[in-house]
Design a binder for this molecule. Structure first.
Ligand SMILES: [Zn+2]
Length: 478
């Protein structure tokens, strides 16, 4: 039970009954037990409640980051400096993956989630695949606790996943932990090098472990969803097991990020990755296809026909040189767009929103594919719904009380209208000055220096300290 609170929002993007989502002035909201109990635009300055907190600027609903790998934050500024490709970047990423332990990963995730909160993210979809010790043995298997709290086997073996869940809840962010099945290095190839940490051996063993994780982790603000890492990492005959185990929950898949993945899938199965997922029951209205970059017209029709989500991660896709996915075509076919920061080369949901439109302009040499309102819907309500939080992402009576307030007089935002266009085409993460999640204030701009210090220490710990029990041999190959 939290104390009732009242805010007076100078301007806010609200969802009033019978009206489109729109920016209104002088919006008074009241909050009880983490939800909005009233949303009233055109309220007077002195509403008769002197305790009402005035939030100047433009206030948005909470933003959802639908695709995160928290440990990739340790790579920012370190992997951009060389030439190479997605596959050479992956080698560097595996170098960090091999060094993680529950304590160091929990610390990095906590700092990374604070950076997300500071950018207005109130729910994260954490696509989690580093499950086991560096040599592939489960945490707790040799009697060591592995850093997990509690004594139950389901907690010990999920020590890394629980470190992430605890990190998110500790800083006040909701989390959907997408427990990822990862069984192969490629079609017909066993896991290699760092990948042995990712594999449960069989889909059945993954299913048993993720069922234990649900029991250990799920509580208010925590959803345990499911993920297929990719068609290259989950053999075709295991896809059905993952889909069945994840039924009724968010199900995420990396899809066709690279042309090489498509070519390998066609060679091994005669199908595109999308058609292969469709054949094995992975496409559906709770499925999120991450990236969805290199698609055929038939793929687009299948994804749209399933009313699936397409989770685009434009800043990562540009960083890795992936290409530009057909966002508008997917939406026209019936898919719903969401947005993620994936590798965290950038954590800025405003930049992700505008990048969808600006990438389409580069690709087509035409302007005006996505409206600001559509992109805000992707970043707020649709994103939350895809993560299993359908009661979040709107400033509306009954919804979870998230408020993300932008400074509309900053160097970036001044003179831009303080409306949807400001949020999508002008603002940056640095303009977020106040964040409320489930009725609790979880960030103000006064926290920025502390977040930087926490991130610096967490990243340095992974790069500078010698890893325990890890040798440098067994280098992975892409
Ligand atoms: Zn990813």
């Amino acid at each position: 039970m939290s104390a009732p609170a009242s805010y007076l929002l100078e301007r806010a993007l609200v969802a009033l009954p019978g009206r489109p989502v729109e920016v209104r002035d002088q919006v008074r909201v009241t909050v009880a037990d983490g939800r909005f109990t009233s949303v009233e635009p055109d309220s007077p300055d002195s509403p008769g409640d002197p305790s009402a907190v005035l939030l100047a600027g433009l206030t948005l609903p909470g933003l959802a980051n639908t695709h995160s790998h928290a440990f990739h934050r340790a790579l920012r500024g370190r992997t951009q400096r060389e030439r190479g490709s997605f596959w050479t970047w992956r080698e560097q990423m595996y170098g960090v993956a091999r060094r993680l332990d529950p304590a160091s990963y929990g610390a990095l995730a906590r700092a990374t989630y604070r950076e997300m909160l500071a950018a207005g993210v109130t729910s994260v979809g954490e696509f989690h695949y580093v499950h086991h010790r560096p040599d592939g043995t489960p945490y707790g298997a040799s009697g060591a606790a592995g850093g997990a709290a509690g004594g139950a086997a389901g907690e010990r073996e999920n020590a890394l996943a629980l470190a992430l869940v605890d990190a998110a809840r500790d800083v006040g962010m909701r989390i959907t932990l997408l427990d990822t099945c990862y069984l192969a290095a490629g079609f017909g190839r066993a896991p290699e090098g760092a990948q042995v940490r990712f594999s449960d051996g069989t889909a059945e063993a993954w299913a048993r472990r993720t069922t234990a994780l649900r029991a250990a982790a799920e509580r208010e603000g925590v959803v345990v969803g499911t993920a297929v890492h990719s068609v290259r990492a989950v053999p075709p005959d295991a896809l059905g097991v993952v889909a069945a185990t994840g039924a009724g929950r968010p199900l995420h898949v990396h899809l066709s990020e690279q042309v090489a993945e498509n070519e390998a899938c066609l060679a091994a199965t005669g199908l595109t990755p999308t058609a292969l997922l469709d054949r094995h029951g992975v496409l559906g209205p709770m499925t999120s296809l991450v990236h969805a970059t290199h698609l055929t017209d038939d793929d687009v029709a299948r994804i749209g026909g399933a009313a699936a989500y397409a989770s685009f991660c434009p800043t990562t896709e540009r960083d890795l040189g992936d290409g530009i996915g057909p966002s508008r075509a997917l939406a026209e076919a019936g898919a719903r767009l969401t947005l993620g920061s994936d590798s965290h080369a950038v954590i800025d949901p405003f930049e992700e929103m505008r990048a969808v439109e600006l990438d389409e302009r580069l690709r087509t040499q035409q302007r005006g594919h996505w409206s600001a309102g559509e992109l805000l819907a992707a970043a707020t309500y649709d994103g939350h719904t895809s993560l299993g939080f359908a009661d979040a992402g709107r400033i509306a009576v009954g919804a979870r009380a998230d408020l993300v307030t932008l400074d509309t007089s900053s160097p970036a935002t001044a003179g831009t209208g303080a409306d949807e266009q400001t949020a999508v085409f002008a603002a940056t993460a640095a303009d977020v000055v106040h964040v409320v999640v489930d009725g609790r204030v979880v960030h103000t701009s006064a926290d920025r220096a502390a977040i930087g210090a926490e991130l610096g220490a967490a990243v340095a710990r992974l790069h500078d300290e010698p890893p325990e029990g890890i040798t440098d041999d067994g280098e992975a190959t892409p």
